[in-house]
Design a protein around this ligand. Sequence first.
Ligand code: RRO
Length: 333
Amino acid sequence: MEEQFEAAKYPTSIAGIPLDIPIYNASGVWCTTAVQLSEVIDSPYTGAVVTKSCTMYVREGNPLPRYSGFKPVYSSSNANNASINSMGLPNYGLDYYMTAAQLVKNTNKPYFVSICGMTRTENLQMLSILQHQPTSISGVEMNLSCPNIIGKPQVGYDFDAMDETLRCTFELFDRYPLGVKLPPYFDPIHFDMASDVLKRYPKLGWVTCINSIGNGLVVDVFNETTLIAPKGGLGGLGGCIVKPTALANVKSFRERLPAHIDIVGCGGIMRGTDIAEHLLCGASAVQVGTLIMERGIDGFQVLYEEFDRFMREKGYDSISDIKGKIKTISSSL
Ligand code: RRO
């Protein structure tokens, strides 16, 4: 007989918010409409849901085509395992995502609202509304790293701007736990500089590493075109090609930030062992992007089952058996 699915396997927490399962969607993926949000919430294989990053008011986003999956290396499988996007923040506005929080009312699934104002003032305006609205929201993820807004640099790459944004944020907002979504960093000095800023804010609950690797270019060599239209074809990269960068960011921030700030791993999770890799590097939970874009909501079941199989084979029965346990291979010299 088929084994029964145990809902509360591998419980974890993010900023003290309990999740039964350490797996959920990345902001932007399967979370723009209330229908998509309900599908993530109703899946027995997710532990939380985060909304599409929102602005105060509805935005259409960039012109189409603005998302494409691709296969960076030839394989006989039809499935794409990488992606490029320049969505440009299409969303239904803050009100819509506050209302949609009702979808979790009779569940114990955390509902995170992701915000991404066009300006610091817009972020603060949204936070002051969130501060005073009675809803079922569990936490707020402030996106400091959208790579696709024409003419707007990523706040996470400007450490003074990030510092000032966080200073204003925590001066104003304490209603729910708040975390930030960071861009990928590529140099240890930048891990140090970002951590020095983040450590100044004791109320910061988590950091999500990483957003897509910004402004890559993927070429369709047969058609001699770019895959997407906005910004001359430049867009944020996701999927298997970003996993090493994501893991380096997770591990580097885990090593630098105080233990009460959780790390949420995001980037390159295409199979169950990828979850284990993020946890080994210190993530408390993971978000999944490209896989869900390419396989749909059923991707969560596949991932969960593969992760569960890995854990059983290793003889592990909880996240604490693996979280942060990565060892640097010993030198043979
Ligand atoms: O909407 C987007 O273009 C987008 C966002 Br806000 C983001 O944070 N990351 C991304 O890859 N795309």
